[in-house]
Design a protein around this ligand. Structure first.
Ligand code: SF4
Length: 68
């Protein structure tokens, strides 16, 4: 599910792996919902809707280790 690039976890599923991103967030104790206008997934709990994800060109990086 994740690659490590420069020590940071990069999501392998790109920007449209909806089911896996929801499952990853359900299994993550650090999910925090982003503001409504930044949420892109229908699943309320999804890495795609998490305030700790930072979009890249092809996917996103999880910043929780730097933010918590
Ligand atoms: S983006 Fe990171 S902190 Fe947020 S739910 Fe996914 S794995 Fe957890």
């Amino acid at each position: 599910m994740w690659d490590t690039v420069d020590g940071m976890p990069v999501w392998q599923g790109g920007k449209t792996d909806w089911a896996a991103a929801a499952q990853a967030a359900e299994n993550c104790g650090a999910f925090r919902a982003d503001c409504e206008e930044e949420c892109v997934a229908d699943d309320d709990v999804s890495c795609y809707n998490c305030r700790f994800r930072r979009w890249t060109r092809d996917s996103f990086v999880c910043m929780k280790e730097r933010c918590l």
